[in-house]
Design a protein around this ligand. Structure first.
Ligand SMILES: Cc1cc2nc3c(=O)[nH]c(=O)nc-3n(C[C@H](O)[C@H](O)[C@H](O)COP(=O)(O)O)c2cc1C
Length: 243
């Protein structure tokens, strides 16, 4: 018996039931917004360390109050397995340090399998309201399991139940299948407490260790600034690309 209930808000339901007016996609032209109308010049960089520059941009964006509704740590991760067919998906960046950029997921997922076959990957951040994009490329490694356990235990119970209910990227017969798993785990947590929802072995973190960064600042004349940092051994070289 199919009992899953969609819990959309009234506003969302109204939005979903709206007629879909036709749009002329070629007429969509965003005005690229650049806070101070300044060019992003290699001679004026606040730092020559790309990790520090990422940190500066990320904090600037986090501090723009009217972006508070956006998940500014949402990042597109692209991977390519041994079939050489790339695939991309959004994840949430959970930390960044001078070692790399980390997120959590299921190691058995499609991305996990591709990373196993080929550690080379790319991350793409886009913050439209600031006309900024950052591309990061490098190799992915697994994070230590104790970090994954620590982060797992800090997650709200419903998130842990949701993740544990899902063999990510596997085909499932229907929504009810997932709801049943969720109910079993919810009942377990009610009986034995939230700590019974332990981290699955297949759930953990990855870190992308960059060898390439590109900082992109949109400009209203479409002559956008693209500043690249590329690593050779331990040395980063800086160059500008044509937009
Ligand atoms: C904004 C956003 C954030 C997401 N964050 C994560 C995440 O942190 N980890 C994750 O495994 N999936 C996350 N997802 C779901 C993934 O995009 C994707 O559906 C899932 O990881 C399975 O991808 P795969 O089959 O390519 O492995 C997120 C999706 C969106 C839209």
């Amino acid at each position: 018996m199919f009992t899953a209930v969609r819990r959309f808000s009234t506003a969302t339901r109204r939005f979903l039931s709206m007629d879909t007016p036709s749009i002329d996609i070629q007429e969509i032209r965003a005005k690229y917004w650049n806070k101070d109308e300044e060019f992003f010049l290699e001679e004026n960089l606040p730092t020559t360390d790309p990790f520090k520059l990422f940190d500066i941009w990320f904090k600037q964006i986090a501090n723009i109050s009217d972006l508070s509704f956006e998940e500014i740590n949402a990042v597109c991760v692209s991977t390519v397995g041994k079939d050489l067919r790339p695939s991309s998906r959004m994840v949430l960046l959970k930390s960044y340090t001078s070692d790399g950029f980390s997120f959590f997921t299921n190691y058995n997922s499609r991305k996990g399998q591709q990373i196993e076959e080929n550690p080379n990957a790319a991350m793409l951040f886009h913050w439209p309201k600031t006309s900024r994009q950052i591309r990061i490329e490098g190799a992915i490694d697994k994070l230590d399991d104790d970090l994954a356990v620590k982060y797992w235990n800090s997650r709200p119970l419903p998130s842990r139940i949701g993740s544990k209910s899902s063999e990510q990227s596997e085909t499932v017969p229907n929504r009810q299948f997932l709801e049943n798993k969720k109910r079993e785990l919810t009942e377990l947590a009610e009986r034995e407490g939230g700590q019974a929802i332990t981290k699955p072995e297949s759930w953990g973190g990855y870190i992308l260790i960059p060898r390439y960064f590109e900082f992109w600042q949109g400009q209203s004349d479409r002559l956008h600034d693209r500043i690249v940092f590329e690593r050779d051994e331990e040395v980063w070289t800086i160059k500008r690309l044509s937009p």
